[in-house]
Design a protein around this ligand. Structure first.
Ligand code: NOJ
Length: 519
């Protein structure tokens, strides 16, 4: 897709793939399915040649249980690596109970017995906030920090432009590993939310104050590349479970540079909620001088066309039953949401396939599913495979043009109609909309990079704002057609405007006419 500034690559490291590569067995190599280090360098060079930056994914909360560090930790109680992880003796007369009541994000206890467990009553357990194949690292041990210094430099020296920090809000733990108090020991929610209630601060494992020392250390490393040809490197935080209004703390001047805006991603199609979410992001990030960001989809959530077409909540959609979805409505709203996002000041993150308007794939046979959320819940939860199915490039070629090999998840035959080659020549396709909008945004909306946005009075259910004197965006999220503002020219619309009004679920971009209008 033309207009891409940066390419974020999810984990490409050697991994047993217990969690889509977020279980890393070697941080300084490439999984053979994806190539090798030489090819990685060629890709970086090529991207740079085309003016694109390439950030990678840094998984520092946990390793794979196949990582040599964990292998040594598990097999030898006196190995230094033993303290690189959280291992503890079990509770109960025989050590048969987990050391505390923490739950894994993916369900069940956050503790598993170590392979080499000394027999009861000295049974040893290890902590994993995700699957048992992802043991959590102990960031209180200086050895861990030193290893990651090396990993950062390894990739920065090879030309990587930045890192997306996986589970940034979870890297440190309370050293005493205390039990979670109610209500937080209840079954964890599948859609991560804010840390609240008793743990507004000092949660034993989310959003802890001591996590920021790690980011300061990494920032020094990233800044030390300032005088290199590529310049300083950048960090993007994945921080879901922060205290209310807590995200800016991750983006202070000596910490991470930017963060995904998950509030926007999870926001329902509702003008008031959207406006409040946008306003909060812009205002709160301005307190630390950070750039606002916008995200409509990711590899962890239901695709927007499906989400916006559903009458149920996001949590309902994650359940593995027959959802009630109107894809036509979903597609209209996803197009309108795209033009809203691309009109906003700041950075927009686009997840592959969003620009094709791909719906979530629900009909993946249970035996073909890969996501541990699905298997861990006895297939009660549908998991995240449906938004990870490899892209359709061609309606004709095997594997829809994605690969000569069999893709890791099955692609439905009905995806042919969404393929890039079908959409490229269609002026009304989602791909054409994204391309035109990005092209226009780059030309008119990103210079200067100011976060200025002025809300305009609008009818109920309608969002309207101006950027500068010349650009206006109107989003009709109401069920009725509203008037097109007079005195301006249409730049583009997310759908057809048959009546000269703005129909429901449609966004328009306008610019002022006259001698000073945009060209
Ligand atoms: C967040 C990633 O986006 C998700 O895909 C992964 O399962 C967890 N972190 C654990 O690494």
């Amino acid at each position: 897709m033309g207009g891409v500034d940066a390419l974020w690559i999810t984990p490409w490291y050697p991994s047993p793939m217990a969690d889509g590569g977020y279980d890393v067995a070697d941080y300084c190599d490439i999984h053979p399915d994806f190539g090798d280090l030489e090819q990685a360098t060629a890709l970086l060079d090529d991207a740079h040649h085309h003016g694109m930056r390439v950030p990678l994914d840094l998984v520092a909360n946990h390793t794979s249980d196949h990582h040599p560090w964990f292998r040594r930790a598990a097999s030898d109680p006196s190995a230094p690596e033993r303290d690189w992880y959280w291992t503890r003796r079990g509770r109960g007369a025989y050590g048969e109970l987990p050391p505390n009541n923490w739950k894994s994000v993916f369900g069940g206890s956050a503790w598993s017995k170590l392979d080499s467990a000394v027999k009861p009553p000295r049974t040893e357990w290890y902590l994993h906030l995700f699957t048992p194949a992802q043991p959590d690292l102990n960031w209180d041990n200086p050895g861990v920090a030193e290893q990651f210094d090396h990993i950062l430099r390894f990739w920065f020296d090879r030309g990587v432009d930045g890192l997306r920090i996986d589970v940034a809000h979870g890297l440190t733990k309370h050293p005493d590993l205390p039990d979670l108090a109610a209500p937080h020991n209840a079954t964890p929610s599948r859609s991560p939310d804010e840390v609240s209630g008793a743990y507004v601060v000092n949660h034993p494992h989310w959003d802890r104050d001591d996590v920021h020392r790690i980011f300061r250390r990494w920032r020094e490393i990233a800044d030390s590349y300032a005088s290199s040809k590529q310049g300083a490197r950048i960090f993007v935080a994945e921080a879901w479970r922060t205290r209310k209004g807590g995200l800016p703390r991750y983006l202070r001047a000596d910490e991470l540079h930017t963060a995904f805006n998950f509030d926007f991603l999870k926001c329902p199609w509702d003008a008031d909620l959207l406006q409040a979410t946008i306003e909060t992001q812009i205002r709160s990030l301005a307190t630390v001088g950070a750039t606002p960001t916008w995200v409509l989809s990711s590899h962890d959530l239901i695709r927007p066309v499906t989400r916006f077409g559903s009458k149920g909540s996001l949590a309902d959609l994650m359940l593995n039953d027959e959802p009630d979805i109107d894809l036509e409505v979903g597609c209209r709203r996803a197009r309108a949401a795209a033009l809203l996002m691309l009109a906003l000041p700041g950075s927009a993150f686009i997840y592959q396939g969003e620009e094709l308007g791909l719906p979530e794939v629900f009909d993946i046979a249970p035996e073909a599913r890969q996501d541990p959320i699905s298997s861990g819940s006895g297939v009660k939860q549908r998991g995240r495979d449906g938004c990870r199915v490899p892209l359709p490039w061609s309606g004709e070629l095997p594997a829809l043009g994605f690969s000569n090999a069999t893709p890791w998840l099955p692609q439905p035959a009905w995806w042919a109609q969404y393929s890039v080659d079908q959409q490229e020549s269609d002026p009304s396709s989602m791909l054409t909309l994204y391309r035109r909008a990005i092209h226009w945004r780059r030309r008119h909306l990103t210079i200067p990079l100011t976060p200025e946005l002025d809300w305009l009075d609008s009818a109920p259910g309608v969002l309207a704002f101006r950027r500068g004197d010349e650009f206006q965006c109107v989003v009709n999220a109401s069920p009725v057609t509203v008037d097109l503002p007079s005195g301006s020219q249409l730049v583009m619309a997310s759908g057809e405007l048959p009546t000269k009004g703005i129909p429901p679920d449609t966004t328009v971009w306008l610019h002022a006419c006259g001698p000073h209008g945009l060209r």
